[in-house]
Design a binder for this molecule. Structure first.
Ligand code: 5GP
Ligand code: ZN
Length: 112
């Protein structure tokens, strides 16, 4: 997806503050954090949203979700964190490459 912002980040065409990387997954700091710690976990392969996932994405989604507590701990969120997956325009999604927001720290944050 040549016009996808997060595919460009995966390709190294746009820099990011990397938190984690393996052959399938990339995690990086959100450019407009809404908490002291706020990073995104994305698959390297383009999938537009959670609504575009099928059972074949199950392992990948599980891997992304299970990375959240590990990376959150590594980022100092020992007391806990929030996760958020915006899906579709009505769900507030702005970048159509699926991502899990992981955030916390500082003042309590709420976002619906
Ligand atoms: P969404 O609203 O789609 O769930 O979230 C997209 C997130 O991507 C937003 O929190 C936004 O701040 C973040 N974002 C947008 N452009 C960039 C970018 O170029 N680099 C990084 N690191 N984050 C971005
Ligand atoms: Zn993409």
């Amino acid at each position: 997806m040549s016009d996808c912002l997060f595919c460009k980040i995966v390709a190294g065409e746009i820099p990011c503050g990397k938190v984690y990387e393996d052959d399938e997954v990339l995690a990086f700091h959100d450019i407009h954090p809404f908490a002291r710690v706020h990073f995104l976990i994305i698959p390297k392969a383009h999938v537009a949203s959670l609504a575009d996932c099928t059972t074949g994405h199950g392992m990948l989604l599980g891997k992304m979700l299970l990375l959240a507590p590990r990376l959150a701990r590594e980022q100092g969120l020992d007391a806990g964190f929030k996760t958020l997956i915006n899906t579709g325009r009505g769900g507030g999604q702005e970048v159509f490459h699926i991502h899990i927001h992981v955030f916390g720290g500082g003042d309590p944050v709420k976002r619906s």
